[in-house]
Design a binder for this molecule. Sequence first.
Ligand code: FES
Length: 105
Amino acid sequence: MAEHRVASLSKIPEGKAWPITVDDYDIMLVRFGDMVYAIEDCCSHQEFPLSQGEIDSQQCTVRCRAHGATFDLRTGKAMKAPAFAPVPVYNVRVEGDDVFVEIED
Ligand code: FES
């Protein structure tokens, strides 16, 4: 595992999808205050980018725009059909204004 600095916390808009690419990984960051979640930017149903979906800050979920599958941003768990498989999530560390994501080497 390697930690990558991926963003400045102050640049990530509150409660919106923020797609990034680190190495070959497409990842979506979502910020709620000082908390940042990182989830693969690819729906497990038919590989649509989750960063084009809707974020629900109350439920801490993203809803895929393609067919409505919903995933927990904290765990990647599929919460609503038609997706059943989870989406990978990544450990995030925030230090000051620096946001780091841990990715496999
Ligand atoms: S591709 Fe996401 S719900 Fe179908």
